[in-house]
Design a protein around this ligand. Structure first.
Ligand SMILES: *Cc1c(COP(=O)(O)O)cnc(C)c1O
Length: 384
């Protein structure tokens, strides 16, 4: 394995629902869900059946051809995002690739030729490939790999910075509606609404990166829906197929007319195996009311964390089942390790933030088990 990875925290062999087991047979409550990927938890019968059935029917054909699962998924995503009849979907295999496609879309929005600037937010995360990295607002991730694609400017996440930066030379603004990798940090109130007003006024595309926040995680299908905003494009990946790799760019309105034949593509993108799995996962999320469950369980988890009353907890951020716990001291790695010792998987997103992103299927039992184990982990770190 390349040295890009840190030492693995566990060696896992099996999962079921919100639980996984390691090689020694120890059970863990998985409140990270593969970083907001395993929407239905592990080994969900709907996921297993969809992968198995489509693998035994037609797994891959190339994009010289289309397939029923691919068209069905395009239609479903246009409906769920709100893009509707003027929407279009482009399929790829990961979040970074979805943002690469969105970046190329932004480059096509030249207007009369003057729109060349792309804006993104400081501290945002958009992926590790060169284009996605150019959009990512974290200098330590970028510096070793420069020069990156140009004309990208990172602005502070304030309405004032937005107003100062946007004019008719901006092709697109990229926004992560809750900054997940930054430790689950919310946008300031009114930011997205103002971003929509200003981009519309100046002919810039509003591109929302919903790779982590999308597909029900925040208690709405997409986080921009909390603000009643309609973007020009949205990027989707992580939770869409419950663990099967797939990404998508969905465009709205006139943004759907920008890409022309031959301007982008992917060998694996939208193959029937990935598309059928996404269709099954999205159908299950709809049929079982898992978006509403994310809102409800998210509120319960927030209450449970507050009720622990730990002096280490400074604030609770995020929405629905994307939760950030801001700590009063830089002990996130210690809390993460103590949680593992208690049989709980969470994530130290940075020195002083814990990220929590359980599967959307969790119920009373999982919330109660989380509360017990997280309280024990916090207490262990307080004692140390
Ligand atoms: C995870 C993530 C990405 C990158 O997705 P990959 O599938 O790892 O390439 C991009 N944007 C956001 C907001 C993410 O959370």
């Amino acid at each position: 394995m390349m040295r890009t990875l840190g030492a693995p925290q566990l060696f896992l062999v099996r999962g079921e629902g919100a639980r996984v087991w390691d090689v020694d047979g120890r059970e863990y409550l998985d409140f990270l869900a593969g970083i907001a990927v395993n929407s239905l938890g592990h080994a969900h019968p709907v996921f297993v059946e969809a992968v198995s059935r489509q693998a035994a029917t037609l797994a891959h054909v190339s994009n010289y051809f289309s397939t029923p699962p691919q068209l069905e998924l395009a239609e479903r995503l246009c409906r769920l995002t709100g893009a509707g009849d003027s929407g279009r979907a482009y399929f790829c295999n990961s979040g970074a690739e979805a943002n690469e496609a969105a970046f190329k879309l932004a480059r096509l929005n030249v207007g009369d030729g003057r729109r060349r600037r792309v804006l993104a937010l400081t501290n945002s995360f958009h992926g590790r490939t060169m284009g996605a990295l150019a959009l990512t607002g974290k200098p330590p991730m970028r510096e070793a790999f420069e020069p990156l694609p140009g004309n990208v400017e990172h602005i502070d996440t304030t309405i004032e910075a937005l107003e100062a930066a946007i004019d008719d030379t901006v092709a697109a603004l990229f926004v992560e509606p809750v900054k997940g990798e930054a430790g689950v940090v919310d946008l300031p109130p009114g930011f997205l609404v103002r971003a929509r007003e200003l981009t519309e006024q100046h002919g810039a595309l509003l591109i929302v990166d919903e790779i982590q926040t999308g597909v029900g995680r925040t208690g709405e299908w997409f986080a921009y829906m909390h603000d009643g905003v309609v973007p020009d494009a949205v990027t989707i990946a992580k939770g869409i197929a419950g663990g099967f790799p797939i990404g998508a760019l969905v465009t709205f309105g006139h943004a759907s007319d920008l890409f022309q034949r031959g301007q982008h593509g992917s060998t694996f993108g939208g193959n029937p195996l990935a598309a059928a799995t996404a269709n099954a996962v999205l159908t299950e999320i709809e049929d079982s009311g898992l978006v509403a469950n994310a809102a409800r369980r998210g509120a319960e988890i927030r209450e449970a964390i507050a009720a622990i009353g730990s002096p280490l907890v400074e604030e609770i951020r995020g929405r629905g089942l994307l939760i950030g716990v801001g700590l009063t001291e830089p002990v996130a790695n210690e809390v993460n390790a103590a949680a593992l010792a208690e049989g709980l998987i969470v994530n130290a997103a940075n020195d002083s933030s814990i990220r929590i992103a359980p599967p959307l299927i969790i119920g009373d039992d999982e919330v109660a088990a989380f509360a017990t184990r997280f309280a024990a982990a916090l207490a262990a770190v307080e004692r140390a």
